[in-house]
Design a protein around this ligand. Structure first.
Ligand SMILES: [Zn+2]
Length: 301
């Protein structure tokens, strides 16, 4: 072919180069060399691999049911090789080989953190459909719905995800990789690693690190400055008051008497001395003891 180029005029050479999207500047020899380069390298375009049609794929939406352990024996024999083959094949179509192998790695990480929160399955026409919810990697509370169609041989036929990278009937985002990881693990080891949001008890109130060892003074806890700690719960005006103990005792006895109840602190103090009480309660119209007896009988009456 190259021998023909020499016979062409510069104008014809430039027209040919233009048609291939190549530069048209330079002398005749450069133009010929450039055309030869383009011939040798298939116009610098990658080899076209027959591409599955990108027409809208209709996913079944009904009659899915949650995946259960018994599905291990009936789901297709999905293996790592099928997963890798699908991602590489897809990579060849989109010329994103590297990023798609990376998405398998990212998917593995997602699967390790149990990001697949729900998975439903549908057996239809010798194919198995999986519909899953995968938690987004960095955003809490955001979930992507992913769909898989797997042939009974274990070959992956169609995939789709809600995330920006997961469009089309053959998407290969990390969420799809995560679900596939989960399914491969499930088939091989029988472990169904679904982290449903209601599957486990809430844990936010539980300490992340349990304290090992003896009691620690509040003032010596990490992150607590000693000036922050106030050991004395009494209001400032009652501290160091000489009759504070009497005040507490009187309040407790009064409380127990008026509410006809007994609180534990009541037993810290001796019962009232009747003689002293009589002197203290000289404002009654009747002697204190009589008043006391009346009160006692009032309950019985
Ligand atoms: Zn996705």
């Amino acid at each position: 072919m190259s021998k023909d180029y020499g016979k062409l005029t510069v104008f014809e050479l430039k027209t040919k180069l233009n048609g291939r999207g190549a530069r048209t500047s330079g002398k005749k020899q450069e133009l010929i060399k450039r055309l030869e380069d383009y011939d040798r390298n298939n116009n610098f375009q990658n080899i076209v691999i027959p591409q599955p049609s990108q027409t809208a794929f209709h996913w079944p939406t009904e009659q899915f049911r949650s995946i259960v352990h018994q599905d291990r024996d009936i789901i297709p024999p999905l293996t790592w090789n099928f997963v890798k083959a699908y991602f590489i094949y897809r990579g060849a179509i989109d010329h994103h080989m590297n990023s798609d192998i990376k998405s398998i790695e990212k998917g593995k990480l997602l699967a390790e953190s149990k990001s697949t929160q729900a998975c439903s399955v549908l057996y239809l026409d010798a194919c198995v459909y999986f519909s899953s919810l995968v938690q987004a990697a960095m955003k809490k509370g955001l979930h992507y719905s992913t769909k898989l169609k797997i042939k009974s041989s274990g070959e992956i036929e169609n995939t789709s995800c809600e995330c920006p990278a997961g469009q089309g009937p053959h998407s290969t985002c990390k969420h799809i990789a995560a679900v596939l990881c989960m399914l491969v693990e499930f088939r091989e080891k029988g472990v169904l690693d679904l982290d449903s949001c209601t599957g486990s008890l809430q844990t936010f109130h539980q300490p992340k690190h349990k304290h090992q060892g003896g009691p620690v003074e509040a003032s010596k806890l990490p992150g607590v400055s000693t000036t922050d700690v106030d050991d004395d719960p009494r209001p400032m005006e009652y501290r160091n008051a000489p009759d504070y103990n009497d005040l507490v005792r009187t309040n407790i006895i009064s409380y127990c008497g008026s509410k006809q109840t007994s609180i534990t602190m009541r037993y810290l103090y001796k019962r009232a001395d009747l003689e002293a009480a009589q002197k203290d309660h000289d404002y009654f119209s009747i002697p204190f003891v009589e008043y006391l007896v009346d009160e006692q009988f009032k309950v019985i009456r």
